[in-house]
Design a protein around this ligand. Structure first.
Ligand code: SF4
Length: 356
């Protein structure tokens, strides 16, 4: 992903977290990036959640439940029951289910006990139905004609499958007109005014964060609501004739639950996990609505791909910073990760420390 696209994407996520207007006014918007299925990954995902059910979801912790854990947790009974009586036949060997039960128990999201040779399970709480809507956004700050055609083709497929409730393209204001005419009419278009960039001041450097104005967005084209409860059509091969398959509503519901769980666990600030916040040059810039990374050595925002141990300008924090627990626990790199993690947890009511 090019630098401009990466920075744009983070700003769209930050904007959505702050300004997204859910279809139901009381819904809580959770934002995540780079999520989807094996076949299709979206840049930004907004999950509109039932606020009470979202709080109930927090009983299962801050981390995502992977598909195997989710299957076990969703069907776990209120009272002790032999696991094979409680869970639906998985369609694969039960030993994999037992492994998932052990993992769920170790994570504290399920109770497990042995009665003779039998494993019994009990839920810690009902797993709530917390997802109301899922919105997929493709971020394209700059588009040439060929890229616009590819994107239009991809969005046609998204609309035909109907996995999300809405699909959007986010772009810069100067590219909006061309996009509106090229894109399928069912896809919405968000038009962003890019902010002027600012460089770090010495004072802000001390705090390792500088400030940038947020982006303003307008709706240039409203999307058509899709129907995730209807049978979808998945194009498997373009050609003449085009090959496709039907996707049953039950499969779509399962996929949506898995995407929502990933969104809950990862959010959009997980970029630091694959970058080098432990590099002396790594900083954060306040993009108005949320922090984005900034490299002081390069004097600009770096991409996740270039910010690695193989970067020519990588300068690790001195070991002394970490050993002495500077400033509180670990060096500035750890402090940056804690800051981002706290921000993520704030958007997930009910988690311990969400008032931080
Ligand atoms: S110098 Fe390289 S590794 Fe260090 S913050 Fe900048 S891009 Fe990342």
């Amino acid at each position: 992903m090019a630098g401009a696209e990466f920075g744009f994407e983070l700003r769209v996520c930050a904007w959505a977290e702050r300004y997204w207007e859910p279809a139901d006014a009381d819904s809580h918007a959770l934002v995540a990036r780079q999520l989807g299925t094996q076949r299709r990954r979206w840049d930004t995902i907004v999950v509109e959640a039932d606020p009470d059910a979202l709080r109930a979801r927090a009983a299962f912790g801050a981390d995502e439940l992977d598909p195997d854990l989710l299957d076990v947790v969703r069907h776990a009974p209120a009272s002790w029951t032999f696991y094979r009586d409680a869970l639906p036949d998985p369609g694969y060997p039960w030993r994999y289910v037992r492994e998932a039960i052990h993992r769920a128990s170790a994570r504290g999201v399920l109770e497990e006990r042995k009665r003779g040779n039998r494993i019994e399970i009990r839920r810690i709480a009902p797993y709530p139905d917390w997802v109301r809507r899922i919105v997929a956004i493709e971020n394209k700050p700059d588009l040439d004609a060929a890229a616009a055609r590819d994107l239009a083709d991809q969005l046609e497929r998204d609309v035909a499958l109907g996995l999300a409730d809405e699909v959007w393209v986010a772009t810069r204001a100067d590219a909006t007109r061309a996009l509106v005419t090229e894109m399928p009419s069912a896809a919405g278009v968000l038009s962003f005014d890019a902010p002027a960039s600012s460089e770090a001041s010495d004072e802000a450097e001390a705090a390792r964060a500088t400030r940038d104005p947020s982006m303003d967005a307008d709706v240039a084209w409203h999307p058509r609501a899709l129907d995730p409860d209807a049978t979808g059509v998945r194009v498997t091969e373009h050609g003449d004739p085009t090959a496709f398959e039907y996707v049953a509503p039950a499969e779509k519901r399962g996929t949506r639950r898995r995407i929502a769980e990933r969104a809950y666990g990862r959010g959009w600030r997980a970029y630091a996990d694959t970058m080098r916040p432990d590099c002396r040059a790594f900083g954060l810039r306040d993009a108005g609505d949320g922090y984005v990374p900034h490299c002081h050595a390069k004097g600009r925002e770096q991409t996740a791909a270039e910010c690695s141990g193989s970067c020519a300008e990588f300068a690790p924090e001195p070991p002394g910073w970490r050993q002495r627990g500077w400033p509180i626990e670990g060096g500035p790199g750890k402090a940056i990760q804690r800051l981002l993690d706290r921000r993520r947890r704030r958007r997930r009511p009910g988690l311990d420390g969400d008032a931080d």
